[in-house]
Design a protein. Structure first.
Length: 417
């Protein structure tokens, strides 16, 4: 899982260019406060009515379509003001991400009204890569993405599914994704090691769920427990109906028939598996497992990295307890959903992939009933040996930093829901 600042540009100042990441953030926060207090720039709003009005004006459409997303936006905006303790940079990023989601929402409604045939595009039953955050799902997705018989969502498509400029639909989305990724790396270089990615790389569909004000992208960046509770208690059916329609929209922009199974990968699937399976009939599941101690330590480390960028009060112990609770909740819900369903699935363990990735890939291909061609295996080998896969080895984390013990994790993960 990874979250990307949207509509956030790094100030082009020598003081920032030559400084380390912590100094860059401090300088940016100070410069923003000066600009706001002197009236050189407006302080970004987090008021939901103002954000919606701005999206309608920028998109030149009044239609964002009513739905549960509006209630979740209200809760998120309130939580950002009351619970998140955002610093100035965090406020800019929050404003930018929500604005981007609402602009995408307005554009998708306008596109769907002009081209109702998008909703008739038939998608092949997907392959769902389902696992907790930090369970190795990105590695499996990118290994399988080496196979041209399968398709996947690219980074730029996830975060920018709708273009601003219709005549430059591809270039517009790619450029915006590249700028956002560069800004993320500028202010947070550790992001490269936690979740190495590139504009055209296979990526989870987190950005698509942002448009519905749903999913855990917001929870992984900001301390917003009231919003988290609202998402956990929500009926996710409408959000996944929009999710599927957005996949159809991506296929429509590609201008080719979606004749290949789609590799879909989101940690959020574990929380909402009943709704996911109801949305995608005929799906097959690759379920990933990892020992809970390193799993939760890595998850908490990722969340702490994201929150520390946007709040000066990121509490490592609170993050540890919250993501222990979140991981246990998802595990219980996923287990219950799979017991209720007859969905075909195969189990793959993180450590087994580390020990012999070829053997585990062969198991997956046998499950998928697909021959593993030598050329595809060679492409997978190049990925394993490549720079971005090696970057993952540089992500270090310590369970004790987050106030957790092995006993805490054992109790939470074995507790009956």
């Amino acid at each position: 899982m990874a979250t990307i600042p949207q509509h956030t540009a790094a100030p082009n100042l020598p003081a920032l260019e030559s400084a380390g990441p912590a100094q860059r953030r401090r300088t940016a926060n100070r410069l923003l406060e000066t600009a706001w207090s002197k009236g050189w720039l407006d302080r970004p709003t987090l008021d939901p009515d103002e954000l919606i009005a701005a999206a309608r004006k920028a998109s030149k459409t009044g239609n964002l379509h009513d739905g549960c997303w509006r209630d979740r936006l209200n809760i998120l905006a309130s939580a950002l003001e009351r619970e998140a303790s955002l610093n100035n940079l965090g406020r800019v990023i929050a404003h930018g991400q929500i604005t981007a989601a609402l602009l995408n929402r307005a554009r998708m409604q306008a596109l769907w009204a002009r081209h109702p045939e998008i909703g008739e595009i038939k998608l092949q039953p997907p392959i769902l890569i389902v696992g907790q955050m930090r369970s190795g799902s990105t590695r499996i997705q990118r290994l399988l993405a080496c196979d041209p018989r399968l398709t996947f969502t690219r980074f730029y498509e996830s975060w920018n599914p709708l273009p601003r400029f219709w005549g430059l639909a591809h270039a517009d989305r790619v450029i915006r994704a590249a700028v956002a990724l560069s800004c993320a790396h500028f202010f947070n270089p550790a992001f490269r090691h936690i979740h190495p990615t590139g504009v055209h790389h296979a990526e989870e569909e987190m950005g698509l769920q942002n448009i519905s004000m749903f999913g855990s992208a917001f929870e992984a960046q900001w301390r917003v427990p009231s919003f988290t509770a609202a998402v956990e208690d929500a009926d996710p059916a409408a959000a996944y109906a929009e999710f599927k329609r957005l996949l159809q929209t991506i296929a429509w922009f590609r201008r080719r028939a979606p004749s290949r199974p789609w590799l879909l990968k989101l940690p959020q699937f574990a929380q909402d598996m009943d709704a996911v399976l109801a949305t995608f009939a005929g799906a097959r599941v690759i379920r990933l497992h990892r020992d809970p101690q390193p799993l939760i330590a890595s998850s908490a480390s990722l969340v702490h990295n994201q929150m520390s960028l946007q709040s000066d009060d990121a509490d490592a112990r609170w993050i540890g307890q919250e993501w222990l609770r979140k991981t246990a909740l998802r595990e219980r819900r996923l287990n219950a959903a799979l017991r209720r369903s007859a969905v075909p699935s195969v189990d793959v363990h993180y450590d087994a992939v580390n020990q012999d990735w070829r053997e585990q890939i062969a198991r997956i291909y046998k499950f998928l009933d697909m021959p593993l061609r030598p050329s595809i295996e060679q492409g997978m080998s190049r990925f394993i040996k490549g720079k971005r896969h090696k970057e993952l080895r540089r992500h270090n984390y310590d369970l004790g930093q987050f106030g957790l013990s092995r006993m805490d994790i054992h109790q939470a993960m074995t507790e009956e829901g």
